[in-house]
Design a protein around this ligand. Structure first.
Ligand SMILES: Nc1ncnc2c1ncn2[C@@H]1O[C@H](COP(=O)(O)OP(=O)(O)OP(=O)(O)O)[C@@H](O)[C@H]1O
Ligand SMILES: [Mg+2]
Length: 380
């Protein structure tokens, strides 16, 4: 079973939307898919699928050991797609214990399916990182805003540290070294993972090797969602470079997805976009990502092919250009057919002016926040 955790650090970047629709897309191409809502404490996947929140779900299961895990699986309107709901109503669910987490993880791993898609919550809590690391090729979603990319970076950084920690026994020299590092007992650690690894190597070479092996297998895959135009697509480069430079980690680009107002209409109709408008640009972009998701890296544990990584970024940029052309073409067509009057167009431009002013103001705010985050986060 291919396990696909979908995380991102920041809230509202489209993790749940992508999880639900990628699951539908893969089920349509013949894969048996389980979609699991592991945003415990903030579950909303059932709403995207149009299910009610009344059925037994993961929270109920954790609270009650008599429940059979398999009985939680819900049929959906989509052939080949089964749903595992999360429970938003049970308080404290976001902080489940290590034992509960293990029990849940074991059950998830035993599911009978081709693909398990897991929608994770925002943030970098241990529970989220552990679900994310059930695969070494988890998906990270970011939007092009500076806060989202910084959050994506911090999420990946936390995952890297979690891998290091879990690669060695607690009581080993390397384990104690890492413990000290996390507790802040050491002088300010280097922001470069490779420097930290060299330090560990000098005191505990055997475990340093183990950490390196595990980190080599780690290859997060990126989806850049809610972009507005092709220049947004380029904003991924800073995230990519930071991951290379500081974390010695290569990101693989699964592709870009434009922000599409149609999604709001689909949401109001309580239908996933893939069901509401299967031919929309948004649906096509999601299908494209789904295709890559199952075809890239079929050889599981092999180290990343750097050429493939480069290609994935080039392809994403080309997709950003071509989708944009399609979008512009669509507006032109509307104008020609008269479906969109000149008045509508003037109104749209006015609205955009207003939005731009708002965004500028927000931008100033973000800049201040980013400067702070960079000082604290990007530099270690
Ligand atoms: N490409 C897109 N075009 C238009 N709307 C989008 C797009 N992606 C996401 N959205 C909308 O943005 C909002 C946030 O998306 P979603 O709930 O999937 O984010 P999330 O990352 O799961 O958030 P949370 O961390 O709160 O769970 C939703 O209203 C969703 O419909
Ligand atoms: Mg969500």
């Amino acid at each position: 079973m291919r396990i696909v955790p979908i995380a991102g650090g920041k809230g509202g970047v489209g993790k749940s939307l992508l999880a639900a629709n990628l699951a539908i897309s893969l089920s349509r191409s013949g894969h048996r898919v389980v979609l699991a809502d592991l945003d415990l404490g903030g579950s909303n996947l059932h709403l995207i699928l149009g299910h009610t929140g009344r059925r037994a779900a993961i929270g109920t299961y954790l609270a009650n050991s008599d429940i059979d895990f398999a009985s939680l699986l819900q049929e959906t309107d989509y052939r080949n797609l089964t749903f595992l709901a999360g429970d938003a109503e049970i308080p404290g669910l976001a902080n489940i214990s290590v034992t509960e987490r293990r029990r849940l993880t074991r059950n998830l791993q035993k599911l009978d399916a081709d693909v398990l898609i897991m929608d994770l919550g925002a943030g970098t809590a241990h529970a989220i990182l552990d679900f994310f690391l059930m695969s070494s090729q988890g998906v990270v979603v970011s939007s092009p805003t500076p806060t989202a990319t910084v959050n994506a970076y911090l999420f990946i950084k936390n995952a890297v540290f979690r891998i290091m920690h879990q690669s060695v026994p607690r009581k080993s020299v390397a384990g104690r070294y890492l413990d000290d590092l996390f507790r802040g007992d050491r002088a300010r650690p280097s922001p470069y993972i490779r420097v930290i690894l060299d330090e560990i190597e000098s005191v505990d070479p055997e475990h340093a090797r183990q950490i390196r092996d595990n980190l080599r297998r780690f290859r997060p895959q990126l989806i850049f969602n809610m972009i507005e135009d092709p220049t947004d697509a380029e904003k991924v480069q800073r995230l990519r470079r930071s991951c290379q430079q500081y974390l010695s980690t290569e990101l693989l680009h699964l592709g870009i997805v434009y922000r599409d107002e149609l999604q709001d209409t689909a949401l109001n109709a309580r239908l996933p976009i893939l069901a509401y408008k299967p031919n929309s640009l948004l649906s096509q972009a999601i299908n494209r990502v789904a295709d890559k998701l199952v075809h890239v890296n079929e050889d599981g544990d092999q180290p990343l092919d750097l050429e493939e990584v480069d290609d994935s970024f080039d392809v994403a940029e080309a997709e950003a250009e071509s989708d944009f052309t399609t979008k512009v073409q669509y507006v032109e067509d509307l104008l020609h057919t008269g479906a969109l009057s000149t008045g509508d167009l003037v109104e749209t431009v006015k609205n955009q002016h207003f939005e731009i002013t708002q965004l500028r103001r927000q931008n100033q705010l973000y800049k201040a926040k980013i400067r702070k985050a960079i000082e604290q986060g990007f530099d270690g």
